[in-house]
Design a protein around this ligand. Structure first.
Ligand SMILES: [Zn+2]
Length: 258
């Protein structure tokens, strides 16, 4: 386990903004060394301890530094040995699951949460943030519509700089690391649970409404298309999984609802 003072120094560096990814930097769910690095830097910048042993996890849970993911009417945990995470990560799961259930009519499934570093999987990376309680793995939905919604939702949250997500193949899952500080700011001052009214409102406004499509003509830019449809470049990119800002004539774009 890292010494707290070293991590506190790193936390200070984090407040200088050096460790926060630029908005819109990561617009893909493909894993990469830089994606792993971003998650790891976030854990360090928040001075999070990395738990090494099951005993350490139990002690942290007893002290309230980690909370239990118990499932609710919107999500369930399946085959998770250590169903513990940071409180912000649990809040993230609860909110995402509420929206997911709304859209898909089924529960979100969490397949991994805390993994003490002494229990590292053979294919996990050295800089995994599972031992810090930041990350959860989410089962990839079988239904296309639900899968697409979840992908777009995770991309959106990534573009807001509050989480980093990757789509993993073996076994198939979304790996999601939730950045505590940025996420707490994102859901409103005070952190933790949002007020029920605010949650309802968000679920309503952020649910993907029926969308129209637009065929790109020559001379169009993402900016002009966004302006004409009363949306933003950021939302257009998120809705279409675009990594850059270039569009080609003939390309069909999904237009997010206003
Ligand atoms: Zn993972």
């Amino acid at each position: 386990m890292q010494s707290r003072s070293v991590l506190a120094a790193l936390a200070f560096a984090g407040t200088l903004g050096m460790l926060v990814p630029a908005a819109g930097e990561a617009q893909t769910l493909r894993g990469s060394p830089s994606s792993v690095e971003r998650m790891y830097r976030q854990a360090r910048s928040h001075a999070l301890p990395f738990y090494r042993t099951p005993g350490g996890v139990q002690a942290a849970a007893a002290e309230g530094e980690l909370v239990r993911l118990s499932g609710n009417s919107n999500y369930r945990v399946a085959g998770v040995t250590y169903p513990y995470a940071l409180a912000t990560t649990r809040t993230f799961v609860q909110r995402l699951a509420e929206q997911y259930r709304d859209v898909c009519g089924e529960k979100l499934v969490v397949t991994s949460a805390m993994r003490p570093s002494s229990f590292r999987l053979f294919n996990s990376v050295d800089k995994s943030v599972h031992p810090a309680g930041m990350a959860v793995d989410i089962r990839i939905p079988a239904r296309t519509r639900c899968r697409t919604w979840l992908r777009q939702r995770l991309l959106h949250l990534e573009s807001r700089g509050v989480a980093e997500a990757t789509e993993e193949r073996r076994p198939p899952h979304f790996h999601v690391a939730v950045f505590p500080g940025p996420y707490r700011r994102y859901i409103g001052a005070g952190g933790g649970e949002s007020k029920p009214a605010a949650r309802k409102h968000e679920a309503r406004t952020e649910r993907p409404a029926p969308r129209s499509t637009y065929r790109v003509r020559s001379g169009d830019s993402l900016w002009s298309i966004a302006r004409r449809h009363g949306t933003s470049v950021e939302r257009l990119r998120a809705a279409n999984n675009l990594t850059g800002t270039r569009v080609k004539p003939g390309q069909t774009l999904a237009i997010p609802a206003r």
